[in-house]
Design a protein around this ligand. Structure first.
Ligand code: GTP
Length: 442
């Protein structure tokens, strides 16, 4: 089964290109026929000339980033984007969600829908749609939300997974929190799940784990692409064993999203390091999984600086006490292990019922996938996809900052002039407050 990826805006196109590159290099580097075939079927098609073509549609309102992504892919000499798989215009959305959602989106709806339809028709079986965008700009967030809405209408029965990049908290764009609030509140209804990367967190991984001195956006995107690849590349699931699972998105979503109120997914991978350090490092599964479990409960996105004092509350313990300990409660977790002896690693620590909400049956909260193939040069690696309270604080920060600005009606005229009213804002705030409340009271 195949996934159609839709890359939206600058961020979506840059991350998408890096993701295809990581996936391609990993499947070739693995030197394992079944793994490579499964990965290629999922993400690439073969054109008439026998070359690999990404199953992707590129959308932006300005041409520069798309041209660069297409050129980089061609330069790899291994894969390309489709000849007519992109749509761009001359001028961006000016970091204004309303401009993207109310103007550019509807104006170019037919052209974008046509591109996605053509790509979907080239799949023998469509596993779903993977849309990549930032929440803070104008095109990725505004057009991206509009396009997701159209795709939901076009493919009501298909899985739609959105990958969202959250802005640096310090902020590059004054209205980034408005754009984020509008994007998140709409996508929450449309998408089956939202996989989130926060730029601040990934920046820290680059500086503290990868030891990069002058961190560029490409460095950030490589880390994001690595984590995405680690969940999207072929793996054996309980149902598919001994074969690789064919329905990557479906299995991911059924493992993690048990209730429409809870759709926020975070990722953490271990180990993560520079290529030079990789050659000198050796890991054991018990060591990796012990760290990863503590990262989960203490809500740390990297293995450095984990708070080892946070522990799982004993059953019946007061929920306020849990909160004081900063214990991160989960609804569900998916653990993906790749590399030597992955299938025999002991994952018992993640099955502990106290990690999870009491109202879900224990069998439905935790799943493990594995693959014997080392991922992206790592002899052993583990990624945890988590539907937990881990995004509560960043979400709350975005909503609070946006609300503070909205209270004085700052910059609201830039939105009302495109048709987004104050009531629309209020609805979005109310919707996100509800999600915050639901996750808070897990
Ligand atoms: N991780 C990551 N973040 C990016 C990248 N490019 C932009 N961003 C973030 O995305 C947000 C801005 O969104 P963009 O994607 O640049 O904007 P756009 O969607 O193209 O919208 P317009 O510029 O208004 O047309 C900011 O929070 C940036 O930090 C990227 O390549 N990687």
């Amino acid at each position: 089964m195949s996934v159609v990826t839709v890359q939206l805006g600058q961020c979506g196109n840059q991350i998408g290109q890096e993701m295809f590159s990581t996936i391609h290099d990993d499947s070739v580097g693995a030197g394992q026929k079944m793994y490579k075939e499964c990965s290629e079927e999922r993400f690439f098609r073969v054109n008439a000339a026998g070359a690999l073509v990404a199953r992707a549609v590129l959308v932006d309102m300005e041409p520069k980033v798309i041209s660069r992504a297409i050129a980089k892919a061609s330069k790899s000499g291994h894969w390309t984007y489709g000849d007519k798989a992109h749509f761009c215009q001359k001028q961006g959305s000016g970091n204004n969600w309303a401009n993207g959602y109310c103007v550019h989106g509807p104006r170019h709806r037919d052209a974008v829908e046509d591109l996605v339809r053509r790509e979907a028709e080239r799949c023998d079986r469509l596993a779903g749609i993977f849309a990549i965008m930032s929440v803070a700009g104008g095109t990725g967030s505004g057009v991206g939300t509009y396009v997701t809405q159209c795709l939901r209408d076009m493919y009501p029965q298909s899985f739609i997974l959105n990958h969202l990049t959250w802005p640096y908290a310090t902020g590059e764009v004054i209205v980034q929190n408005y754009n984020s609030v509008l994007t998140l509140s709409r996508l929450y209804h449309l998408s089956d799940a939202l996989v989130v990367h926060e730029n601040d967190t990934v920046h820290k991984i680059c500086s503290q784990l990868m030891n990069i001195k002058n961190i560029s956006i490409s460095d950030i995107n490589r880390v994001i692409a690595h984590q995405l690849g680690s969940i999207l590349q072929p793996a054996v699931t309980t149902d598919s064993a001994p074969h690789y699972c064919r329905n990557a998105l479906g299995d991911l979503l059924s493992s993690l999203v048990c209730h429409p109120e809870y759709k926020l997914l975070s990722l953490c991978s271990i180990p993560q390091m520079s290529q030079t350090s990789l050659a000198y490092s050796a890991y054991t599964w018990p060591g990796l999984l012990k760290h990863l479990r503590q990262m989960l409960i203490a809500n740390a996105r990297m293995e450095e600086g984990i708070d080892w004092k946070v522990c799982v509350p004993l059953s019946g313990e007061e929920s306020t006490a849990n909160r004081q300990m900063c214990f991160n409660r989960s609804l569900s977790n998916l653990l993906i292990l790749r590399g030597k002896d992955a299938s025999s690693a002991d994952t018992g620590g993640f099955k502990d019922a106290s990690l999870y909400v009491p109202w879900l049956p224990p069998g439905g909260t935790f799943n493990t996938w594995n693959s014997p193939v080392p991922f992206n040069g790592y002899e052993k690696s583990a990624t945890l996809v988590s539907n937990s309270q881990s995004l509560l604080k960043p979400l709350d920060n975005i909503v609070r900052k946006a609300w503070n600005m909205f209270a004085s009606r700052a910059y609201i005229h830039q939105y009302t002039k495109f048709g987004i009213s104050e009531e629309n804002f209020l609805d979005s705030f109310a919707m996100l407050e509800q999600i915050i409340s639901s996750y808070t009271h897990l």
